[in-house]
Design a binder for this molecule. Structure first.
Ligand code: 5AD
Ligand code: SF4
Length: 446
């Protein structure tokens, strides 16, 4: 390959989970350190990073069609330099290099701190792949946080040791690692200095986070949250995603004790049938999950609950699916995510007998989503008439309109003289299925 010009502008396209959003921001920061700037809206970028997701569906095909779109009709000196990052890069890096000559760099989720070196090579016309997994080294090598949103993400834990039989994450993100306590407190302070009012602690299995505090005491996620709550200027803390097996008493108690910890819990259950849960290797039953939620609700009665569901896991019968609907009725989720089972290469479930027909999955998903939407709207209606704190995140569609999040992670829109990052009191006036219309009461803090 012949040398190319150094890119002057970039665009990072992140797909999938919030951790990819976080990784995408950190890659953008590294490119920024190099003097490469974000491409203006509507203009082609010199360098495009496709930060991919492998959790469901034809993820790899999507990458190839994105690459095709980026290079279509363009000569070599006009086409952007392309980097493929994220979990598809980790899982299928070599194939991507072989199949897509337009790709200069393939970089896995634990290796993207090496993107600048790879870029130097790419400018010399050398293609590079890095799918090593030195997770902690990555964080140490990243630049300091200087810019952020009022609602920011902070990765505290990566990887997963749970090996649910349908899931690729243990293979693409690797074994569970916890970032050190001190690094997290420092990064949280930097985020607050840069304007963050809310921090969501991220991890594939975030409740498995463990570390040693500055006095050398062993602490879990609740201990970390307690100490982050002491950071001046930080108003709200959230965490996601948790596994029911790792929710300890201390974390439950934290929901009742720490005002800054928002009344929201995302706790995936996946299915309501104990036989299916066992085949998924989930290590909880429907009953143990419900009992756990009761304990959280006892600690924080206004807790909003969220979950993840998979319909059509291999072998799932109609009657077993009905048990999922029964569980949904019993919980009353404030919001939830639901998916059709998607066989992932290399996972045990992909080769299980009894793969469920697409039409059956479609029908189950529709019924499940109807129930979840019904409950989400009911939850929103139950908050009508309340006045609560809203964090202003962005402008709305109409002039003078703003959009923010309630403590229960609902979207609320309202009009008034406020700015992004303000924490304001809003009366929730009218609930819709996905958001609420509100009325500004008074400004609490800028
Ligand atoms: N098929 C469908 N959904 C999946 N998820 C993970 N793997 C699969 C799969 N193979 C869902 C789970 C998980 C969420 C992040 O994605 O519900 O909690
Ligand atoms: Fe995947 Fe979550 Fe199960 Fe880990 S706990 S294997 S990330 S679904």
């Amino acid at each position: 390959m012949k040398p190319t010009n150094s890119p002057k502008t970039y665009r990072v396209k992140s797909f999938g989970c919030q951790m990819n959003v976080y990784d995408g921001e950190r890659m953008a920061e590294m490119l920024g350190e190099r003097g490469i700037v974000p491409a203006p809206e509507g203009e082609d970028a010199d360098l495009v990073v496709l930060n991919t997701c492998h959790i469901r569906e034809k993820a790899a095909e999507k990458v190839y069609s994105d690459i095709g779109r980026l290079t279509k009709g363009k000569t070599q000196d006009k086409a952007p330099m392309i980097a493929v990052a994220g979990c598809v890069a980790q899982a299928e890096g070599e194939e991507i290099m072989a199949r897509a000559p337009a790709v200069s760099m393939v970089v896995g989720p634990q290796a993207y701190h090496r993107l600048p070196e790879m870029l130097d090579k790419a400018v010399q016309g050398e293609r590079a792949t890095d799918t090593d997994m030195p997770a902690i080294a990555k964080f140490a090598a990243l630049p300091e946080r200087k810019r952020t949103n009022p609602a920011s993400f902070l990765t505290v834990q990566e990887g997963c040791d749970k090996f649910c039989t349908y899931c690729v994450v243990p293979y693409t993100r690797g074994a569970e690692i916890s970032r050190p306590y001190g690094d997290l407190v420092t990064e949280a302070r930097k985020l607050v200095d840069a304007g963050a009012k809310e921090i969501t602690l991220l991890g594939q299995n975030v409740s498995a986070w463990s570390g040693e505090d500055d006095k050398g005491h062993a602490v879990g996620l609740a201990g970390l949250i307690r100490d982050l709550a002491k950071v001046d200027g930080l108003a709200r803390i959230r965490y996601t995603t948790s596994h029911p097996a790792d929710m300890d008493d201390d974390l439950i108690a934290a929901h009742g004790e720490i005002d800054k910890l928002m009344p929201f819990l995302h706790l995936p259950v996946q299915a309501g049938s104990d036989r299916v849960l066992k085949a998924m290797n989930r290590s909880h039953t429907a009953e143990s999950y419900l009992r756990l939620l009761e304990r959280f609700r006892a600690a924080r009665p206004d807790l909003a609950l969220s979950g993840d569901f998979i319909v059509g896991f291999p072998g799932e019968t109609d009657a077993e699916f009905e048990e999922t609907l029964k569980l949904v009725d019993a919980v009353g989720y404030a919001q939830a995510f639901s998916f059709k089972y998607s066989p992932r290469p290399g996972t045990p479930a992909a080769s299980m007998e009894g793969q469920v027909a697409k039409e059956v999955m479609d029908e189950r998903l529709q019924r499940l989503q109807a129930a979840l939407n019904r409950d989400q709207w009911a939850f929103n209606r139950a908050t009508e008439g309340r006045t609560c704190e809203v964090l202003v995140e962005r402008k709305g569609k109409h002039p003078g309109q703003w959009l923010g999040k309630t403590p229960w992670l609902q979207s609320a829109w309202f009009e008034g003289d406020v700015g992004i990052g303000d924490l304001v009191q809003v009366e929730l006036v009218e609930a819709g299925p996905n958001s609420l219309a509100g009325r500004l009461r008074e400004c609490v803090a800028a």
